[in-house]
Design a protein around this ligand. Structure first.
Ligand code: ADP
Length: 484
């Protein structure tokens, strides 16, 4: 069992109170590295969610000014940074990612509180337009959108909520938050921090439990004027259907199928290093990590060798153990998907360059999946058609620039893409034709708090991070004033 000062309440949080589920039901949380039970948390449903929404609605009546909200954001940032080791430990234990990487995620989460603290006052200030027309001055007020529902996945237990709650607090929106069932403990730790700040009652609420019931309450309640969701495209589609009744505002960060393109003029070592940094974060369980690695034919063998050399050095293990580079996959379903993609690729003619044969891999004995590289992959294989969400690198060869643009774009998803090449003009021509919201050049980096991030096509709606991420939580109210 886990012990931490941040987990003295294994509970939900509604109206400034730590609460259990009405039914008394609890949900077990496990360490994916060991299978050990870490804790149990309440398993709530519709009734608790309704109460949380009602409290959040009351909080909307007395939202403090922007300076006070800046102070909240700064306090959360400071506390996260001060306690990154302990919060990182909780995160590592319930998610599996190495402790150091988990601390990096806590710092990354803190950067969103930091960024929105810096822009809250300017970003929410009214703006009077320079032109006087129709005999009026025109002022744009930035009002909080209202009560927001925030639904997060397990793959970044603190970063995903930071991207939502930081701009929500900056905008002055009370929230009802639902974490993923695999990783509720890091969220409880964040609530422990927020509960110590003296926020108005009902400003932040935590409901853990039945996704369908909680989701339906959030979507059906007229008091919830926006829902921001990060997770699978299937669930995102369902939320879109549910949003139609009220024309509810949605922010959706959904799946990806990221192409990673290595052109023949690329610095191959830099590209291989970029791929390593990009692909194995969270054991490959991120929506921005390279899913399809396209390498130009004349550098394919040289690049494959560099990748295999690097991947061969990675150590898979318990994230709390010194020296672990990659932790376990989150659960048996995740494991089965990666294994299925590997088996499908090998059955259809791909070559195993590094890793183990799929029939030797068994989730029942361990969720540790060996980092794997397969060559001679083609676009019809499952690992190119679907998001693998695991430590599997498929190498695909291509001939020309037009061809790689066409193949990279041949997906319904449009979240992240990567291009490596020395000739800037050539690479920029390729980037301009790729339909991905995040298109990194000569780097494998993912998003940053200062810049908007989001998907095109089936990868979602809206942006997180940057000034655009704050606008998602604001309604512009236009006031023409005829008296001035
Ligand atoms: P993943 O494959 O990453 O688990 P999901 O879309 O299933 O993706 O989960 C992301 C988040 O959405 C989790 O918090 C999950 O509990 C929640 N969720 C799942 N189904 C629903 C639903 N019907 N309504 C609202 N939230 C849901």
């Amino acid at each position: 069992m886990i012990r931490s000062n941040f987990l003295s309440h294994l509970a939900g949080y509604v109206n400034d109170q730590w609460i259990a589920a009405d039914t008394g039901k609890r949900l077990d949380v496990f360490n994916p590295a060991t299978g050990e039970k870490l804790a149990d948390v309440p398993f709530m449903g519709a009734a608790e969610t309704r109460r949380a929404i009602a409290c959040a609605q009351r909080a909307l009546d007395s939202v403090p000014d922007a300076a006070t909200r800046r102070h909240w954001l700064e306090s959360i940032r400071d506390k996260l940074l001060e306690q990154q080791e302990e919060i990182g430990r909780i995160l590592c234990l319930e998610h599996g990612k190495p402790w150091k990487e988990a601390q990096g995620e806590v710092q990354y989460a803190a950067s969103f509180f930091d960024y929105y603290a810096k822009v809250v006052e300017t970003g929410t200030a009214p703006e009077t337009l320079p032109d006087k027309v129709k005999g009026c001055t025109w002022t744009l007020y930035k009002r909080p959108v209202g009560v927001v529902g925030l639904i997060t996945p397990w793959n970044f237990p603190i970063a995903m909520i930071a991207k939502k709650i930081a701009p929500a607090l900056a905008a002055g929106c009370p929230s009802v938050i639902k974490p993923a069932p695999d990783t509720p403990l890091t969220m409880i730790a964040l609530f422990e921090i927020m509960a110590s700040l003296g926020l108005p009652k009902g400003m932040v609420n935590l409901v853990i439990g039945d996704a369908v019931q909680i989701g339906a309450e959030l979507m059906n309640s007229p008091q919830v004027t926006m829902v921001s969701f990060t997770g699978s495209t299937a669930t995102g589609r369902l939320l879109m259907q549910q949003a139609t009744r009220q024309v509810k505002r949605l922010g959706l960060e959904l799946g990806g199928n990221a192409p990673f393109i290595v052109l023949d003029d690329a610095d191959l070592d830099a590209a291989a290093d970029g791929l390593m940094n990009n692909k194995f974060r969270g054991a490959g369980q991120t929506c921005v990590c390279a899913n399809r690695v396209y390498v130009q034919k004349n550098v394919y063998d040289a690049f494959a060798q560099k990748v295999v050399e690097r991947v061969g050095k990675l150590k898979v293990g318990d994230g709390m153990k010194e020296g672990t580079d990659i932790g376990p996959l989150i659960n048996a379903n995740g494991f089965a998907k990666v294994k299925g993609h590997l088996a499908d690729a090998l059955d259809n003619g791909a070559t195993l360059l590094l890793g183990k044969q799929p029939d030797t891999l068994d989730a029942a004995s361990s969720l540790l999946f060996p980092p794997t590289v397969v060559g001679n992959v083609d676009d019809t294989m499952r690992c190119c058609q679907e998001e693998t969400f695991g430590p599997l690198i498929p190498l695909i060869s291509f001939d020309g620039d037009d061809e790689v643009v066409r193949r990279a774009n041949d997906t319904e998803f449009g979240l992240a893409a990567y291009v490596f090449g020395k000739d800037r003009a050539r690479s920029q021509r390729i980037i301009a034709r790729l339909h991905f919201g995040h298109c990194a050049y000569n780097t494998g980096t993912g998003p940053a708090a200062i810049a908007p991030f989001g998907g095109m096509l089936s990868s979602g709606i809206g942006r997180e991070g940057g000034k655009e991420g704050l606008l998602e939580y604001l309604e512009i109210q236009t006031v023409p004033d005829g008296s001035q």
